[in-house]
Design a protein. Structure first.
Length: 157
């Protein structure tokens, strides 16, 4: 019904709202559909992305280049993604397909402050030191940064 505000659970309004305007409900991650993008070599898991200009993909690619690693972004099918346990949807560009329980929460020492972050993946530099691609903020204002392992601490509590 046009003009009615949507309050409460949107599922209560199914049939009253044009389904083209419905957003995915939070809950279980959605299955990847169509081809996705991956940059191999990250540790703990590899992220898959939907768009080339994803901030997490750019940060991972910059890190791989800086460390002399292969920075080729591969386009793969969703069937290949389903067969791998170590491939996870990127929470930056695929927040409805991402399982946040696969990421480690931490506290990061950033240049201006100490903030909570999620470790998306790790890469090792030429000297054997680890660096993490981390995500901070909320969906409306996500930031992706790279921090060395020494600047990350586990969350206490």
């Amino acid at each position: 019904m046009a003009g009615e505000p949507l309050y409460g659970d949107p599922r209560d309004y199914l049939g009253k709202v044009d389904p083209r305007y419905m957003r995915p409900m939070p809950g279980a991650p959605a299955e990847p559909v169509g081809p996705v993008l991956v940059l191999l070599g990250g540790r703990r898991h590899t992220l898959y992305h939907r768009i080339h200009d994803c901030r997490a993909l750019k940060a991972d690619r910059d890190l791989a280049q800086r460390f002399g690693q292969d920075d080729t972004v591969h386009t793969v099918t969703r069937d290949l993604i389903r067969t791998r346990d170590d491939v996870v949807g990127c929470p930056v560009c695929l927040h409805t397909e991402s399982d946040l329980s696969k990421f480690t929460a931490c506290s990061g020492k950033f240049p201006t402050d100490l903030r909570e972050a999620l470790i998306l993946l790790w890469r090792k530099d030429r000297e054997g030191r680890w660096h993490a691609v981390v995500m901070t903020g909320r969906l409306s204002s996500l930031a992706v940064e790279v921090l060395p392992a020494e600047q990350l601490e586990p969350l206490v509590g």
